[in-house]
Design a protein around this ligand. Structure first.
Ligand SMILES: [Zn+2]
Length: 326
């Protein structure tokens, strides 16, 4: 299946085999670095799937799809659906050739664009509205489509240092609102700061963090300490829909540890870390922050699930979960 070109930050296509400075490397070293990059990207895909698996609304839909898509003869063997999707995505996605920028954010966007039924959970449609400061005309700009917010980690620290009292939500609002749009009335042309209005709430609100400065464990800790595990969408956007359930809780994250990705997820009232094949119980949120500092782990993409849906899912699944083995 061909990928539709993404309308936002697309990974730059690199057709040439890399790296450019191949002369300075032996072929073996180049092969090794290619296989390392592939392994890193493979771990990112596995941990994105793992993180999505922790989202109730997504999971119920996904399993229905899986049951429909996998022929009956195949579903009789005990193929783990997560492995099925891992193989499927690894084969079908147009994978990046380098590890520039936020790999998980770009892969996540590719994945949900590749499987349109999935992206309905994550899409945020906002419309920018404003009364022009100069000519007082009512301005409304076309719908913008995104999968949540992309934030430079450094800007969180800078804003928090400058405005100690700012909450995470306020900082996000300040970062988000920092875009100006041109008044489109003929002859006016005033640049206005605009309000983003959301009409329909997504099931899952996604925040991607871009780490640009090779941050130390201490800086990662400082940044992650600003994050909140519960956010209200109305603190960041104007919401004009009719739902009263506008709170979101952090359910899972994909984090980079060295050159491999982990998934850190909240389940059964504590945080758990998934590595390639093992699972570690971490504890409460402060323990997560300490782990970020001690192991130099940086969260790259955070999945906040609508709190009402999440509670609903836990009530529905509570009895099943307690019967599962660790
Ligand atoms: Zn104007």
């Amino acid at each position: 299946m061909d990928m539709e070109p993404s309308n936002d930050q697309e990974v730059e296509e690199i057709d040439e085999t890399y790296p450019d400075d191949a002369d300075s490397e032996t072929e073996d070293e180049a092969d090794e670095s290619i296989s390392n990059i592939k392994a890193t990207i493979g771990s990112a895909i596995a941990m994105i799937i793992k993180s999505l698996w922790k989202l109730g609304a997504f999971l119920s839909d996904l399993l229905q799809d899986y049951v429909r898509e996998v022929p009956e003869s195949d579903s009789e063997d005990e193929t783990d659906p997560q492995n099925f999707f891992y193989d499927y995505l690894l084969n079908d996605l147009n994978l990046p050739h380098s590890l520039e920028g936020n790999v998980t954010r770009d892969l996540f966007a590719k994945i949900v664009e590749h499987i349109p039924r999935w992206n309905s959970h994550f899409e945020v449609y906002s419309v920018a509205k404003k009364i022009c400061n100069r000519c007082k005309m009512n301005l409304e700009y076309p719908f913008a489509h995104s999968y949540g917010l992309n934030i430079v980690a450094d800007s969180l620290r800078v804003l928090k240092a400058a405005f100690m009292d700012f909450t995470f939500e306020t900082i996000l609002k300040v970062i988000r609102i920092h875009s100006k749009m041109l008044c489109n009335k003929e002859g006016c042309g005033k640049q206005n700061y605009v309000d983003s209005v959301i009409l329909k709430l997504p099931s899952v609100f996604t925040i991607a963090l871009e780490w640009e400065n090779n941050e130390t464990g201490e800086e990662i800790f400082e940044t992650a300490s600003i994050l909140e595990t519960e956010i209200d969408i109305t603190a960041m956007y104007k919401y004009e829909g009719d739902s009263t359930f506008t709170k979101y809780r952090l359910a899972s994250m994909v984090c980079l540890c060295g050159d491999r990705y982990n998934c850190v997820a909240y389940e059964r009232n504590r945080w758990v870390r998934y590595l390639s094949s093992e699972t570690q119980v971490i504890g409460d949120w402060d323990d997560v922050l300490s782990m970020f500092r001690n192991l130099n782990i940086r969260p790259e993409i955070l999945f906040y699930e609508n709190a009402m849906q999440r509670d609903h899912m836990f009530i529905a699944q509570g009895s099943e979960e307690s019967e599962e083995e660790e």
